[in-house]
Design a protein around this ligand. Structure first.
Ligand code: 2HA
Ligand code: ZN
Length: 276
C-alpha cells in the first residue's frame, strides 16, 4: 500500500475534487483540514518523516490539539490540482506538545505551508474537542456563490441567515438543526476571523462569512460535502425566489409551525433561539 491509497488521503482528495467541480474553489479559494484518527496515524506513520523540518508558530494556542496530526491543503494551492499532484498541494502536519506550533511530516514537497486559514481550522478543531464533538474531524471552507450573495443583501446575523436557510427548503433544518452562524466582514486569513469564527463554532457546525464564503465541520468528508451542498442549495433557492418576487422577501417561505412539524417528524431538536 502507499499513503495515496489510505482511506483518509483518498477521501480528503475526493472532497477537494467534488468541491472544485461544484464551482466552489476558484483559484486558490477554499481549504480543507482533517484531524487524523489513531488508526489513520498508524496507517500513514510509515510515510511520515519530520526530516528536521522546523516547528512553526501556529498563530493560535490549542493545547487540546497537542500531538494531533492534520491533513491540510496548502497556502495558495488550488483545489483543482490536489488530485493531480498530491505531494505539493496537501501535507500532513503534527502539532507540538504545547499546542503552539506545527511541523510538516509529509507532503508540501515544494516548501508550501498549511492554508492561510489554518488558524480558523485549528480553533474549530479545538472547539470540537473542547465541546465533546471529537467525532467532527473535518473542517471545510468553500467560496459558495449563493451563500456569499445572501450576505451581500441581508444582514449577516446568525438568526436572519438561519431562518432564510431553514425556510427556503424543507430539509435544511434537518441538516442544520443548530442553525447557521454568520460573521460580518473580516479580512481573509486573519486571526480575527479565526477567533470570531471559533466563538460561533462552539454552538454551530456551519457559518457564513460575509462577502467571503462558508465554513463547516463534519464527522466525515461525505457529510461535509453534503452540508456545504445543502447550505448552498438553500441559499440559491432563496436568491432565485427573491428575484422572482422582484427583489422583495419571497411570499411562501416555510412557516415556523411547518419547521416545527419537520423537526417533530424527523426527531430533530432545533435551536429554538432561531424559531418564533
Ligand atoms: O485558501 O479561501 O480564505 C484561500 C482562502 C482564504
Ligand atoms: Zn476563503
Amino acid at each position: 500500500m502507499s499513503i495515496e491509497q489510505s482511506n483518509c488521503i483518498r477521501r480528503f482528495t475526493r472532497l477537494c475534487s467534488d468541491g472544485y467541480e461544484q464551482g466552489w474553489h476558484e483559484g486558490n479559494g477554499g481549504n480543507l483540514s482533517y484531524r487524523m484518527s489513531a488508526e489513520d496515524i498508524e496507517v500513514c506513520m510509515p510515510y511520515m518523516d519530520a526530516k528536521g523540518n522546523p516547528w512553526i508558530e501556529n498563530g493560535v494556542t490549542v493545547p487540546n490539539l497537542a500531538g494531533s496530526f492534520f491533513i491540510v491543503t496548502g497556502a495558495g494551492k488550488y483545489m483543482r490540482k490536489v488530485s493531480i499532484d498530491l505531494h505539493t498541494n496537501i501535507g500532513i502536519v503534527e502539532i507540538n506538545q504545547d499546542g503552539t506550533a506545527y511541523r510538516v511530516v509529509w507532503g508540501f514537497t515544494d516548501g508550501t505551508q498549511p492554508t492561510s486559514e489554518f488558524c480558523a481550522h485549528l480553533l474549530t478543531h479545538s472547539a470540537n474537542v473542547a465541546n465533546g464533538h471529537e467525532e467532527d474531524r473535518v473542517v471545510y471552507h468553500a467560496h459558495v456563490s449563493n451563500s456569499i450573495a445572501l450576505a451581500n443583501v441581508v444582514p449577516a446575523d446568525s438568526r436572519t441567515i438561519t431562518r432564510i436557510i431553514w425556510k427556503s427548503m424543507a430539509e435544511a433544518i434537518i441538516m442544520f438543526p443548530e442553525g447557521i452562524g454568520a460573521l460580518g466582514f473580516y479580512a481573509p486569513g486573519s486571526t480575527d476571523v479565526a477567533h470570531a469564527n471559533a466563538e460561533l463554532m462552539k454552538t454551530h457546525r456551519c457559518a457564513i462569512w460575509a462577502h467571503h464564503g462558508a465554513i463547516l465541520t463534519a464527522s466525515t468528508f461525505d457529510q461535509a460535502f453534503g452540508m456545504m451542498q445543502t447550505l448552498e442549495k438553500s441559499a440559491g433557492i432563496y436568491t432565485a425566489c427573491r428575484a422572482m418576487c422582484g427583489g422583495t422577501e419571497p411570499l411562501q417561505l416555510l412557516t415556523d409551525d411547518q419547521l416545527r412539524a419537520i423537526c417533530a417528524s424527523n426527531d430533530i431538536k432545533p435551536n429554538t433561539a432561531y424559531l418564533d
